[in-house]
Design a protein around this ligand. Structure first.
Ligand code: FES
Length: 168
């Protein structure tokens, strides 16, 4: 996915507040692009394009300088982690038992690819190497909870049930 095609992730009010506080700390200082981005990444977990534009305009730095730094270093993420981070094991044991079909199901239903997050920031999809539980293949992990021996047709039910249970 091209950066221009990324969904517009809305910041929560408290995240907006944090971003504003951090930016105002750096007003009038030089060489601030990396530290301000680092602090925002640490505080809210990502540095979306909208935040980069805000940094550029409030701190009087060209847009392209902020963007260049944010996209150059791998520790800056332009995509937030979803509330439910779904990791699918793609290790050999899981793969031969249909992990790729599980990934297909999730991609189609949530309309996101690996490494992406839904626009409502609810679900992220990640592909993992062997998660060390091969006897239970194929497995997925949602946040810290492991689901084992799952079938592609069951995966979305498992994800939505997990969401319901987490809401209590
Ligand atoms: S291959 Fe999936 S847990 Fe080892």
């Amino acid at each position: 996915m091209r950066i221009a095609d990324l969904p517009k992730y809305e910041l929560k009010p408290e995240e907006n507040e944090k971003v504003d506080q951090i930016i105002s700390k750096y007003k009038g200082k030089n060489g601030i692009v990396i530290p301000v981005l680092q602090e925002i990444q640490k505080s809210i977990g990502f540095v979306p394009i909208g935040v980069q534009k805000k940094i550029a305009s409030k701190l009087n730095v060209p847009d392209k300088d902020v963007y260049g730094v944010a996209t150059f270093y791998s520790f800056f993420s332009l995509i937030p982690r979803g509330k439910y981070n779904v990791r699918v094991c793609m290790g050999t044991a899981c793969f031969v038992k249909g992990a790729d079909k599980i990934v297909d199901k999730i991609q189609k239903e949530l309309d996101i690819g690996p490494g992406q997050t839904t626009p409502d920031r609810k679900f992220s999809l990640q592909l993992n190497r062997c998660l060390g539980a091969c006897g239970l293949a194929p497995i997925i992990v949602i946040n810290d909870k492991v689901y084992q021996k799952i079938k592609p047709d069951e995966v979305m039910g498992i994800i939505y049930d997990h969401e319901k249970q987490s809401k209590g």
